[in-house]
Design a protein around this ligand. Structure first.
Ligand code: MLT
Length: 262
């Protein structure tokens, strides 16, 4: 897996496939590996750049709260490192928060936006307190805090056993301090309605029909802000449709990406 150094930290990433660049940002507390089904199916037509966000996968951990603009800054540095001016930028859940932060920082780098199972809202006060509780529990008891509780919320019920096992193993590989820093960072994020409202598109919004974390009405609220946006609902999926229903997800992704090919 290639690496590059940014602000004294080593960050790992996948750079696979051939074609227009597509930067994919992963969900919490997973890693670049969550996008394997997309890389395998569409890598012949698109170049997928998929970082392990700071503190996840094989990337170095930052013990301080890592805000969405920090992750976005790392992703932009990765594009610089690869000499890529513009890319389609996509993210699932926390990856969507990072994509929106990147759009705020450098809108000219975004050739198109894909927001899957995410939201423009900031956390309310109770949500912010929960982020800190999760961070402290991770620091005290390790990743099993999430491994035991999260798959049930992430996946449509009843979960497909193979998908459940894959998600559990991705969570188990996460580093507790990396996840704690991101949890605190998610609690700091600001509302992104303004930046999405200024975005001229193209925008693809995807949501699993059974997503209980960021349900379909949140997806519709995002799509409503951008003229000409496409909203796609994936049946039989919860919060991680790219892993739960990869064929349906990939078809939607390909329909959106194909017209952006030169
Ligand atoms: C994620 O899947 O990235 C998280 O559920 C996002 C969140 O907790 O807000």
């Amino acid at each position: 897996m290639p690496t590059f150094e940014h602000e004294g930290r080593w960050l790992h990433y996948l750079d696979e496939g051939d074609g227009p660049p597509v930067l994919l940002l992963h969900a919490f507390p997973l890693s670049s590996e969550m996008y394997r089904p997309q890389l395998e199916a569409l890598g012949a037509r698109y170049r997928f750049i998929v970082p392990d966000l700071r503190g996840f996968g094989q990337s170095d951990v930052d013990p301080h709260p890592v805000g969405m603009p920090d992750f976005a800054d790392d992703a932009l540095a990765l594009l610089d490192h690869l000499g890529i001016d513009q890319a389609v930028v996509g993210g699932v859940s926390m990856g969507g928060y990072v994509a929106l932060a990147l759009l705020r920082t450098e809108p000219s780098r975004v050739a198109g936006l894909i927001l899957s199972d995410t939201q423009f809202n900031a956390d309310d006060d109770a949500g912010k307190r929960k982020r800190e509780d999760v961070a402290q529990a991770l620091e005290k008891d390790g990743i099993r805090v999430l491994e035991d509780s999260m798959p049930e919320k992430l996946l449509a019920q009843p979960p497909q056993p193979q998908v459940q096992a894959r998600v559990r193993s991705l969570i188990r590989e996460a580093k507790p301090q990396g996840a704690a820093s991101a949890s605190r960072g998610m609690g700091l994020r600001t509302d992104s309605r303004d930046i999405l409202g200024r975005f001229a598109g193209p925008l693809l919004v995807i949501v699993g029909e059974g997503d209980v974390i960021t349900p379909p009405q949140k997806a519709k609220a995002m799509a409503d802000l951008v003229k000409g946006s496409v909203l796609e609902t994936i049946p039989g999926a919860g919060h991680l449709p790219n892993l739960e229903q990869p064929s349906a997800f990939n078809a939607v992704l390909e329909r959106f990406l194909a017209p952006l090919r030169p």
